[in-house]
Design a binder for this molecule. Structure first.
Ligand SMILES: Cc1ncc(COP(=O)(O)O)c(C=O)c1O
Length: 323
């Protein structure tokens, strides 16, 4: 079995090569930017979009308009939320979750108690379990809280449960490597609220992406729904076969396996599950995944072509023999 780390598609790389030959051409630069913004608006359903230099740049832009407090999940979020809130000197408040997944009753109670200005979440808790984003949005909307959904793992969800502009005030995403929109760098921010873009005008320009990234994004975003569906289906198969995983019933793009000796198990798994060009094992506890000892199989890092049944069966065999 050969496993490959995800690369931007050939079409995206070719488009980026072509765009690099146009660097300095202001007209073409604006065209690439406009086409990328249109593609983001189409996939998110939001009316306003900007391509940014990275996912964290998009989060910086979103937080630049806020005074705080910023609420984030106690685990399964993105560490950049915390770092960027600290950078701006914004008060942080934590929301307790069930292994990263937000409970709507808890959210309602905590929002009333702590009155945050915003809630930052990732569409999938720790990439492993989908958040009830529509329910979260309704509670935020009713309580005047700005919901910012980091959709780095979920852009193009055909079920429209995740990364859907109808139920996020602001969407941010990384399009770096390895992500669902896998351009290799960059990110985006989108919203229906024009005020946010007006207030963040300077930072949006300062942290903008290059026309080369914009050209790649237009091509990569076309492949996103298909890639996401296949990655979720592979995880569903692995979750069923491996059995002792966290969040077995929830959609996700990685697999978390609790273990008392995660470091040594991760070392063995890295030896037995070699990935050309990168890796697919993370060790927990880790805020971005889960606050308990575990290893994660980052299925999202793999090239879609590797996610064939025969490979998945082999992965199951290796995991069962290692753990
Ligand atoms: C969920 C999530 N959000 C944001 C980021 C930051 O993205 P970038 O590296 O493009 O700044 C990452 C990076 O891994 C991420 O996993």
């Amino acid at each position: 079995m050969e496993l490959f780390f995800k690369m931007p598609s050939k079409e995206a790389r070719e488009a980026m090569c072509d765009a690099s030959l146009e660097l300095g051409n202001r007209f073409m630069g604006n065209e690439y930017k406009k086409n990328a913004e249109d593609a983001i608006k189409k996939v998110t359903g939001h009316e306003h979009a900007r391509v940014m230099g990275s996912g964290n740049a998009a989060i910086m832009a979103a937080m630049s308009t806020m005074k705080g407090p910023v609420m984030i999940p106690d685990q399964g979020g993105w560490s950049g939320f915390r770092k960027i809130a600290e950078f701006y000197g914004l008060e942080l408040t934590y929301l307790s979750t069930k292994m990263g997944v937000i409970h709507l009753e808890t959210l309602e109670e905590q929002v009333k108690l702590k009155s945050p200005e915003s809630l930052f979440i990732t569409s999938f808790a720790g990439y492993m379990a989908e958040q009830p984003v529509k329910g979260i949005y309704d509670i935020c909307e009713d309580n005047g809280v700005i919901l910012v959904e980091d959709a780095s793992g979920s852009v193009g969800d055909p079920l429209k449960n995740l990364a859907c502009g109808d139920h996020s005030h602001v969407m941010v995403a990384s399009t770096g490597s390895p992500k669902i929109v896998n351009v290799g760098n960059g990110g985006f921010i989108s919203t229906n609220e024009p005020g946010i873009f007006n207030n963040a005008g300077f930072i949006l320009k300062t942290l903008q992406s290059s026309p080369v990234t914009c050209a790649g994004l237009v091509e990569e975003i076309k492949k996103t729904p298909g890639n996401l569906v296949k990655t979720i289906a592979a995880c569903e198969f692995l979750k069923k076969e491996i059995e002792y995983v966290l969040h077995p019933e929830k959609r996700g793009i990685n697999i978390a396996i609790p273990h008392d000796e995660p470091k040594s198990i991760a070392r063995l798994l890295r030896n037995n599950l070699k990935v050309m060009g990168g890796g697919m094992i993370t060790v927990c506890p880790r805020y971005d995944r889960i606050n308990q000892p575990a290893v994660c199989l980052e299925v999202k890092n793999l090239d879609i072509e590797c996610l064939k049944k025969e490979n998945l069966r082999k992965i199951v065999e290796i995991v069962k023999n290692t753990i």
